[in-house]
Design a protein around this ligand. Structure first.
Ligand code: G6P
Length: 469
């Protein structure tokens, strides 16, 4: 990397924020990327990450006003670091162990080696005193590794997924190393206060560092651990909702799904944490009870393919597709199916048209760090109609408490909630939606970025107050 591109702002994430579209690179859609883009562009920042495909340029490349620094992974590292330790050990463990986490020493060794590569790549492009923002569970050792190499820089770490309670985290054979790795940062950010509290308990239990309030004293440094709930680019969704072509498309979807039917919508990565199978069984229960029928109810389930080489994802897909077949076989009629199952990623315009067409949005994960689909649906209801059915076990439930909150494990409870949502009077829909819409307008992903980066900019002396006594 040429000397002049050493940057004062470096983002480190498992994936680069760009993807190939034909021969061209384009910026990936998504909240995190759009939140960090303005500050990356303003500060001529650098993003260090895995390009995720075999044909990335060898070295750093410019795109959209910032520099991408690719970190390559070998085939065995994709198996061991990405699919193994990140997505078969940490991912299930951090999501309430809703599938049993699997631990292998080979996976751990690969995780350490790949984290080291990311840390070195970040240090090689960071200028003196730079700010380095490390993202998510794939890279929890990176803050500690950067701290060793570059004591001059300021490091923020943000975990996008839940941080588990002590009883679960303690299963991890390398629990102390992970906690110490995170403590290399100046600021460790979580989606919820509960996550930050879980982390502080672990610090006390597995390290010798002194924790007080939201601060930990690590040698002469103070580390701040607190919640920074992430959000969406609300204005962008509101703009899309006003687009005549998207409004027309949402009417088409309504017509095609069957006028007069309540449209239920699910939009998730095809991931076992999302509770798609139990959601389908709840719908099956509802239709079996006769309280709703295919003449008044239809579900559109959009399932975005994800991590398709991990066994648990392959199994989930079979389970979901079998259930869709069962329900359609049991209740469907020629020309009318109760479930429309779309296994693909929708372009944002199409996604917004679906949000606008849906009477009831089903967001029922078994555990989720935040869940931005819930916030996107709310942002896409400019006339304050529509009902959000939301799992209690999402970060979003802390803010969107006027949703119909459900226990995503409770089939009967969810079936009852679906019926309640479908028949909720307009004025009640409107009261609830209005309040939730004002929440997603008040705090956007740009506020998240300002708060997180702002916490890193606090003078060091201030963050030491209270823990150096
Ligand atoms: C979650 C994680 C992200 C991850 C995304 C997609 O939202 O928090 O870090 O990028 O899932 O998963 P993938 O494995 O395809 O990157």
């Amino acid at each position: 990397m040429p000397e002049q591109t050493a940057s004062e702002l470096v983002v480190v994430a498992n994936r680069l924020p760009v993807q190939r579209n034909g021969g061209q690179w384009e910026t990936s859609p998504g909240g995190l990327v759009s939140a960090l883009l303005p500050i990356l562009q303003r500060e001529r920042g650098v993003w260090v990450g895995w390009p995720g495909s075999g044909d990335a340029p060898e070295g750093a490349f410019e795109h959209d006003g910032f520099t991408n620094v690719p970190v390559e992974l070998s085939a065995s590292e994709i198996d061991d670091y990405y699919e193994g330790f990140s997505n078969s050990s940490l991912w299930p463990l951090y999501h309430d162990a809703c599938q049993p986490p699997r631990f292998h020493r080979r996976w751990w060794h690969s995780y350490v080696a790949v984290n080291k590569r990311f840390a070195e790549a970040a240090c090689s492009v960071a200028s003196e005193g730079a700010r380095i923002l490390v993202q998510d569970y794939h890279l929890q050792l990176v803050p500690g590794m950067i701290r060793e190499l570059r004591p001059d820089v300021r490091i923020g770490f943000f975990l996008h997924i839940p941080f588990p309670p002590t009883e679960l985290f303690s299963q991890l054979p390398w629990r102390r190393q992970i906690v110490e790795g995170l403590l290399g940062a100046d600021v460790v950010g979580f989606q919820t206060r509960r996550g930050a509290q879980n982390f502080m308990r672990l610090v006390t239990r597995f390290t010798d560092h002194r924790a007080q309030g939201s601060r930990v004293k690590v040698g002469t440094r103070a580390v701040q651990a607190r919640a920074f709930p992430i959000s969406i680019d609300t204005a962008r969704f509101e703009r899309l909702c006003a687009d005549p072509a998207i409004i027309a498309r949402s009417r088409d979807i309504r017509r095609e799904a069957g006028e007069g039917r309540s449209i239920f919508l699910g939009v998730d990565r095809l991931d076992y944490t999302k509770g798609i199978d139990i959601r389908l069984r709840s719908l099956q229960e509802l239709l079996s009870s006769g309280k709703r029928t295919i003449h008044d109810t239809v579900l559109i389930q959009v399932s975005v393919p994800s991590r398709e080489f991990v066994t648990e994802y392959v199994e989930l897909r079979s389970r979901v597709e079998e259930l869709v077949g069962q329900i359609n076989g049991q209740f469907g009629e020629v020309g009318s199916a109760p479930v429309h199952y779309l296994r693909r990623n929708l372009p944002i315009e199409e996604l917004v048209a679906h949000y606008m067409a849906a009477d009831v949005m089903l967001v029922t994960p078994l555990r989720d760090g935040m869940n931005l689909v819930a916030k996107e649906y709310v942002a896409c209801r400019p006339d304050n109609t529509g009902v959000l059915v939301l799992s209690e076990f999402t970060g979003a439930a802390n803010e969107l408490d006027r949703a119909v909150l459900v226990n995503p494990h409770d089939i009967d409870g969810m079936a009852a909630a679906f019926a309640e949502a479908a028949s909720m009077p307009r004025d009640e829909q409107s009261r609830r939606m209005r309040s939730m819409r004002s929440r997603v307008r008040r705090r956007t992903v740009y506020d998240w970025a300002d708060e997180f980066v702002g916490a890193l900019d606090e003078p060091r002396q201030k963050t030491l107050t209270g823990v150096l006594a």
